[in-house]
Design a protein around this ligand. Structure first.
Ligand code: ADP
Length: 576
């Protein structure tokens, strides 16, 4: 059966179910009058004929007239009685039968009937829910288009099979061989199971093939996010326009103002201090002494070449840099660090680590591998090891902002900024016991660019580690500002970077894909751009705070002001 038949289209000769409405087909549908009129007419006819015949029957009994002798009026009344009786039985009787024995029609037109039988509601509130509307992607309005991923009648069968649990949702892509269609079928099955059509979640307009086996399993749609552009940012002699995917009002405008202040002051400069992704497995021995022997083995320079060769077999881009060991009793945590070309590198480093673990089993057969990741890595969790040792790209970025720019663009003064930075980003964060959080809002900028460029947003945790420093220079007139970020974890190949929208944002920055001449140059450049954007964000927000614009900004721009010409001065203060 075909869900398309719910579309309010004209019945075609080939349509197996020409009725577009989800209302049941009833006997009364054949009548030319509205149902409320035909019901009244036939009820009245029935009553009148019955009354007339009863009167005639009584009269005949009283006058001893044979009952089978019928006059013309009696014949007419009898026919009317039978006809109206047939109508009333067919109307009310069929309706009753339809309601008590759900047919295949029910399964199509009233998904909740199917749901109620196969998926009993868990609460009374749920059972009280009205039947869900048809999926808006299948039938929405007069302009609704038939989704191209519903090409034939077999989809109803597969949807029902997923709803009943006979077909696991996760095999739809391989079973149908069509990712778009699989997403549509899964979405429709979900609607029938939950009653939620998720009308706001788009389904069409996305290449589901591009995420298969790479970015997301069991897709039912995609979340669309606005992408704003801040810039130009003048960094290391080049200019960049920064794509920022965010729903945080003021953020792009704030960063834009910081970019302007940096650019008119002559630009920012950056240095990549270190580039190495880490992975730290945990292994266990029978004694702490044996655990210590492994640590000494791994740290012995004479073993370094062999371990490097074994590790580097994982990829032509993986290059082992070092192994840092920590013990906890009988357990050893080995933090492998390696360069990974333009990939963020988690897969690459994990493969290299597995190679080394396999190799070590020969010399340490009593070594029990507990996990390829023992949290000394440390991935997607706040950890001092990343803050101190670095993970991914460690970058420092600086700029000197001229006094007049501080006053005219940032609407504050150099001494006010320096004092605020000391009291807020340094002392304040120390009071708070911060771990890598010696900044105003680095994570705002990092997250927005991460999402726009297809990075792993969960790595925002350590990628946003940042210490912001400010100092008066040039005889106290100008401002020196820097951000030091030890663990920016980014890549320009792999993961979400190959998706069309994200690749377009990387392309805008000139860092899309692999750098063929110098592997790793693109991902390092991306890290410096992110540090430059953070520098701009820090400058703008700190200036707004120093100028006391926080409350003003909140009041103005959290009230849906559409005038962004004034945003620059006040926007920065929202997110801190
Ligand atoms: P990650 O290690 O970040 O999870 P993936 O393993 O998903 O990344 O993607 C890296 C893949 O891209 C590897 O197969 C690697 O061989 C390939 N690749 C191609 N060019 C490069 C490059 N310049 N730098 C790193 N990897 C590259």
């Amino acid at each position: 059966m075909d869900v398309r038949r719910r579309l309010p289209s004209k019945p075609a000769a080939s349509d197996r179910n020409p009725a577009p409405s989800p209302v049941r087909v009833q006997a009364s549908d054949a009548l030319p009058l509205p149902i409320r009129h035909t019901n009244k007419i036939f009820s009245a006819l029935f009553m009148a004929a019955l009354y007339f015949l009863m009167c005639r029957w009584r009269e005949k009994v009283r006058t001893s007239t044979p009952l089978h002798l019928l006059t013309l009026s009696e014949i007419f009344a009898f026919v009317s009685l039978v006809a109206s009786l047939i109508y009333l039985i067919s109307f009310f009787g069929i309706t009753y039968v339809q309601s008590s024995i759900p047919s295949n029609e029910d399964e199509i037109d009233e998904g909740v009937v199917v749901d109620d039988r196969r998926f009993p509601p868990t609460s009374s509130a749920q059972s009280a829910n009205p039947p869900p509307p048809p999926c808006p992607l299948l039938v929405d309005n007069a302009n609704a288009k038939i989704p191209s991923f519903y090409p034939d009648d077999n989809d109803e069968e597969i949807v029902s099979s997923v709803v009943s649990g006979k077909t696991p949702s996760y095999i739809l892509e391989s079973k149908l061989g069509d990712c778009q269609r699989a997403a549509g079928v899964r979405r429709e099955a979900l609607r029938r199971i939950t009653g939620s059509a998720m009308q706001g979640l788009p389904l069409q307009g996305f290449d589901y093939q591009s995420i298969l086996g790479q970015c997301c399993e069991m897709p039912i749609g995609y979340v669309s996010l606005p992408v704003g552009i801040a810039g130009p940012l003048s960094l290391d002699g080049r200019t960049y326009y920064l794509p920022m995917a965010t729903t945080e009002g003021c953020l792009v405008a704030s960063t834009n103002r910081g970019c302007k202040a940096i650019s008119v002051s002559g630009g920012a400069e950056s240095v990549v201090l270190r580039d190495g992704m880490t992975r730290a497995p945990v292994v266990r021995f029978g004694s702490a002494k044996r655990a210590a022997q492994l640590k000494f083995f791994l740290e012995d320079p004479s073993n370094s070449d062999t371990l490097t060769v074994v590790f580097n077999r994982s990829s032509r881009f993986a290059r082992l840099q070092g192994i840092q060991c920590a013990l906890a009793g009988k357990n050893v945590y080995m933090r492998f660090s390696c360069s990974t070309g333009d990939a963020m590198g988690m897969n690459m480093v994990s493969k290299g680590v597995q190679n080394v673990l396999d190799y070590l089993q020969d010399d340490f057969p009593d070594m029990e591998v507990i996990s390829i990741s023992g949290n000394f890595c440390s991935d997607k969790k706040p950890a001092a090891v990343n803050w101190i040792e670095g993970r991914g790209k460690s970058v420092v970025c600086e700029a000197i902002i001229k006094e007049e720019v501080v006053m005219k663009v940032l609407k504050t003064s150099v001494p006010a900024l320096v004092e605020l930075n000391t009291l807020k980003n340094l002392a304040g964060s120390a009071v708070a016991g911060a771990l890598g959080g010696f900044n105003a809002h680095a994570s705002n900028i990092v997250s927005a660019i991460f999402i726009a460029t297809g990075q792993d947003p969960a790595q925002n945790v350590e990628s946003s580690h940042c210490i912001t420093m400010m100092e008066a220079v040039n005889e106290g007139k100008d401002l020196h500002i820097s951000v030091t970020m030890p663990s920016i974890e980014v890549g320009t190949v792999g993961g979400g970077t190959q998706l069309a929208a994200q690749a377009a944002c990387l392309d805008l920055l000139g860092v899309k894909g692999a750098n063929l001449e110098s592997p790793g140059a693109n991902s390092r450049l991306l890290a410096t751009i992110i540090a430059g954007a953070v520098l701009a964000g820090e400058l703008s927000l700190m200036s707004a705070l120093a100028a006391g614009q926080l409350v003003k900004s909140h009041m103005k721009y959290n009230r849906s002001s559409r005038d962004i010409s004034q945003v620059a001065a006040a926007a920065a203060t929202k997110n801190h």
